[in-house]
Design a protein around this ligand. Structure first.
Ligand code: SAM
Length: 232
């Protein structure tokens, strides 16, 4: 059975798509998408031998070798130029996700939608999307087994409305998540704020130097942004 996190990611995969799931590990997501009739074909890309073998094993076990191709390689290198129409990248840091997209720009020609699930650093992903003419069309936040996850959905287009005012906050919190104010969203930023406050307290105990005082100021700014968003 799929985790709730991956099940939610799957709901944003387009009907009839050719899916590329990058960093596919056990290929659970492509297997699910094909079994449910969401994707007609899928490519599971993996850069590490162990997870690549697990993906191959899973695809064989579910007898999906025909519609699902498991490929060993880095990021979007495993794809032909106009092969995929939907790309999922889940369970990695935002920096890694954006570098995979940046290095694979030539493989995005036929891609209509990106479904990205950064574990951390979703602001980096939003910034990459904004700078590369991918419009964020929806966002979701969820909690599973005590962990909080964000899902970002983007389609080709020049972003307009979501970033119109206070771009910095929108990149950090997510324009849709800010508007939704889901309880998990409020919890996440309350926890982040408390975490930053503890860091400041630790800094204050130790001696101050120029580096810590600029870091301290940055944390204070972030806390203030959170307080605005939470309405404190
Ligand atoms: N996507 C699955 C999920 O969300 O459950 C697996 C997440 S797992 C934490 C991240 C996977 O991405 C690992 O199997 C890792 O080997 C793979 N990975 C990391 N960097 C990659 C890259 N540049 N190209 C392809 N796969 C990568």
């Amino acid at each position: 059975k799929l985790s709730m996190r991956l099940e939610r990611v799957a709901t944003y995969i387009q009907q009839g798509s050719v899916l590329a799931d990058i960093g596919s590990d056990h290929a659970y997501l492509p297997c699910y998408a094909v079994q449910k009739g969401i994707s007609v074909k899928a490519i599971a890309g993996e850069v590490v031998e162990g997870p690549f073998q697990s993906a191959k094993k899973q695809v064989k076990l579910t007898e999906l070798e025909d519609p699902i191709d498991v490929r060993l390689g880095n990021g979007l290198d495993v794809l032909l130029p106009n092969e995929a129409t939907c790309i999922t990248i889940a369970g990695m840091g935002g920096l890694l996700i954006s570098s995979i997209l940046e290095n694979g720009k030539d493989k995005l020609g036929a891609v209509k939608r990106l479904v990205l699930q950064p574990n951390v650093g979703s602001n980096i992903v939003r910034k990459w999307l904004l700078e590369n003419d991918w419009e964020l069309v929806n966002e979701e936040i969820l909690e599973e087994d005590g962990k909080i996850y964000e899902i970002l959905i983007a389609e080709r287009g020049i972003p307009t409305k979501p970033y119109a005012n206070d771009a910095e906050s929108a990149l950090l919190f997510g324009p849709f998540l800010m508007a939704q104010r889901h309880e998990v969203f409020l919890k996440k930023w309350q926890l982040e704020k408390e975490h930053w406050q503890r860091i400041i307290q630790e800094m204050d105990v130790k001696s101050q130097n120029a580096a810590t005082s600029s870091k301290r100021q940055e944390l204070i700014n972030q806390i203030q942004q959170v307080e605005v968003v939470l309405g404190i």
